[in-house]
Design a protein around this ligand. Structure first.
Ligand code: UTP
Length: 653
């Protein structure tokens, strides 16, 4: 038995339709009337969802332990029986319907699902039933290595739910994409999904109004307007769910991309106005929605938000709000719950950075750490992390990259080292070994494999220096900016933002070759890459770099590399160990390598950086944090004893 057959924890979020409700079924009418416009919606997974444990089994078994109440259901993996249970409706019908679909279309046995937490409010237009169906498909997908695409998971969940009396829409299964917004396009029976890029944090709140609405009546009245409009009201409904909705979606995509939170808020309010004037007249008894409008017009709510609108089928069901910031989000949840008697929840659509790739050269022989490096690469030297696990230093670094949203990491390694890395990152331990591990360590096994799935390797045939190692990643970088880290340095932030993210944020703002900086005493300049320039901000963090020199003598540093501080002091700054490389750096490295321009037999990165700086400019960012070197005895000793204890900016060398 391998890890795949162990019990695994999974989470499936609920989903919230931000814009474009009703356009899923409306767009489907193109099958009957081609004059109808395709539907479009923006849907996001939310932070509330279903937590479950899954494992392989011969049967299909579901145990739900919610609110202290245990419900269970178990049956053979017979398609006929599962379908029968699905048709009967009720709590387990979604799961049975989806399991029947999986059994019919894939080569699978049974699964056991234990739902142990559900933070998703039921029956509030958040599609908890679709989340349950997605959970079942994901369980089969993981346990039987089906390798399904997210789109495939979504489709199977939809087909599974179709086997029950409940009729879900096509946008419900967007929760398969996680807590990220997607654009869905509904063209007849076709559904297309595109992920959105988000360049600012969006602090959303949704609230159950604790009023009432009749979804069946809303859907019945609106669908009378399709497929052929019989009167002016129906024509306006088709226009609102067609061209006008498409325009709203296009604008929302732009606002997500540009991070324009205020414009997004105004758009929410505008979409509600459109709904009220064009769609509500088709079902006034439900869509006039007095409770919804009273909360939308509430002065306290308006003060805390940039805009708001209804959710799902609309009416007096659920409302959504775009809070001004994190604090307003908390305040709004408090207000809606305590003063307006509603159930309010927050979810944040997080900003994604443009940089998604990182390079870590780890091919060096590590001579300063000899003789241990005869048997252990220094990247595998043990360090106790903050969670009290002893980890290879490289894992600590990789976890930080993972948290910073980096999804592809290229390790530069020697030819003979590939097997060792693959065995660490791709193979799980023997069952006997796993059984002996406590729970925290068992789940860390999964973490290693999950991080391993982000890794790629570039081979450095001959150890010709750091610059040469970086150059081996030119194809991996593929003409995009990439993050570069040293393989033998760990980082600890002195503020709430990790050292890596501080540099990434600086790059996002400036769009130029970027290097992290740390202050050092002048006597040590001869050991490092030294950076000089002028501060661009009053906090003296962002520097316009005017020179970068590899290991200058103290004399040279004093003469030309000091940095003038606002208080008149002269200080010296070294590279901290993190960089954002622009594509031009690879061009410069290529030129040096072709020309055979080495220093002490090695190709240096610093020379290429300086050439790019001269042509295109370069920024330095003084990192609030601490770097820990593990590549020499004194530094390693200090790192082992001090890593994990927060200090002010300092380099352990
Ligand atoms: P170092 O300058 O620390 O070199 O490399 P090193 O070989 O690891 O160690 P010493 O100096 O011999 O003790 C900085 C980073 O660049 C990688 C190293 O693995 C380390 O992560 N590197 C260095 C390569 O990948 N290839 C090289 O040719 C040189």
């Amino acid at each position: 038995m391998n890890l795949q057959e162990e019990s695994r924890e999974i989470f499936v979020p609920g989903r919230l339709c931000i814009f474009g409700e009703h356009s899923d079924w409306a767009g489907r009418n193109r099958e009957f009337n081609p004059a109808i416009e395709p539907g479009m919606a923006i849907v996001s997974g939310i932070e509330q969802g279903i937590h479950a444990w899954i494992e392989k089994d011969n049967k299909f078994e579901v145990i739900s332990e919610l609110g202290g109440e245990r419900k269970s259901f178990s049956m053979s993996m017979s398609v006929r029986e599962l379908r029968k249970t699905a048709e009967e409706g009720g709590y387990f019908s979604y799961m049975a319907g989806t399991a029947s679909y999986m059994k019919e279309h894939y080569h699978v046995g049974g699964v056991k699902i234990r739902i142990d937490d559900m933070t998703l409010p039921m029956k509030q237009g958040l599609s908890s039933s679709a989340a349950i169906c997605v959970l079942v498909v994901k369980a089969f997908n993981i346990l039987y290595d089906l390798n399904m695409s997210t789109h495939g998971i979504m489709q199977a969940a939809y087909r599974g739910e179709q086997r029950t009396p409940s009729r879900c829409g096509r946008l419900d299964q967007a929760c398969a994409y996680g807590v990220k917004p997607v654009v869905m396009i509904f063209d007849g029976s076709e559904v297309d999904v595109e992920r959105l890029v988000v360049h600012e944090n969006f602090y959303w709140v949704f609230a159950n109004l604790n009023a009432s609405k009749d979804t069946i009546k809303i859907l019945a009245d609106l669908s009378k307007c399709y497929p052929f409009a019989q009167d002016a009201t129906a024509r306006r409904v088709q226009e609102a769910l067609g061209v006008k909705n498409q325009e709203i979606i296009r604008r929302a995509v732009t606002y997500f991309e540009s991070g324009d939170v205020k414009a997004m808020g105004r758009l929410l309010t505008e979409a509600q106005e459109l709904f009220d004037t064009y769609i509500a007249p088709a079902c006034p008894s439900q869509l006039t929605a007095p409770v919804l409008h009273s909360v939308l017009n509430d002065a306290v709510v308006q003060n805390l938000t940039y805009g708001a609108k209804g959710v799902g089928s609309q009416g007096d069901g659920t409302a959504q709000f775009l809070a001004k910031d994190e604090e307003s989000q908390k305040e709004l949840i408090r207000y809606l719950t305590e003063k307006r008697g509603m159930d309010a929840y927050g979810f944040t659509i997080k900003r994604q950075r443009r940089i998604r790739k990182a390079i870590i050269p780890v091919a060096g022989f590590g001579t300063r750490a000899y003789p241990e490096t005869r048997v252990t690469k220094k990247e595998f030297f043990p360090v106790v992390d903050k969670d009290n696990l002893i980890k290879p230093a490289l894992m600590i670094l990789l976890e930080e990259l993972d948290r910073a949203g980096i999804d592809k990491i290229c390790l530069v390694i020697g030819k003979e080292e590939q097997e060792m890395y693959k065995s660490y990152f791709e193979r799980s331990l023997s069952e006997e070994h796993i059984q002996k591990l406590p729970e925290q360590m068992k789940s860390y096994e999964d973490r290693i494999l999950q991080i391993g799935s982000k890794l790629q390797y570039a081979i450095q045939e001959e150890r010709k220096g750091f610059g040469h190692a970086v150059y081996q990643c030119r194809e991996f970088a593929g003409n995009q900016p990439v993050l570069l880290l040293l393989g033998d340095t760990l980082y600890e932030s002195g503020c709430g933002v990790s050292c890596i993210e501080q540099l990434l944020d600086a790059y996002e703002k400036e769009g130029k070759l970027a290097v992290g900086l740390a202050e050092i005493p002048v006597e040590q300049t001869g050991k490092y890459g030294i950076v000089s320039g002028k501060w661009e901000d009053t906090a003296e963090r962002l520097m316009k770099v005017s020179a970068i020199v590899e290991k200058p003598s103290v004399g040279t540093a004093e003469e030309s590399l000091s940095v003038m501080m606002a208080n008149g002091e002269k200080k010296y700054f070294m590279v901290f160990g993190n960089y954002v490389l622009t594509p031009e750096v690879f061009d410069e490295l290529g030129k040096s390598i072709e020309a055979g321009k080495t220093r002490s037999g090695e190709y240096q990165l610093t020379d290429a950086l300086d050439a790019v700086r001269e042509k295109y400019g370069m920024i330095g960012y003084r990192i609030d944090g601490r770097a820990y070197d593990i590549g020499n005895p004194a530094a390693y000793r200090k790192t082992v004893s001090e890593f994990g204890i927060q200090r002010k900016t300092e380099i352990v060398i």
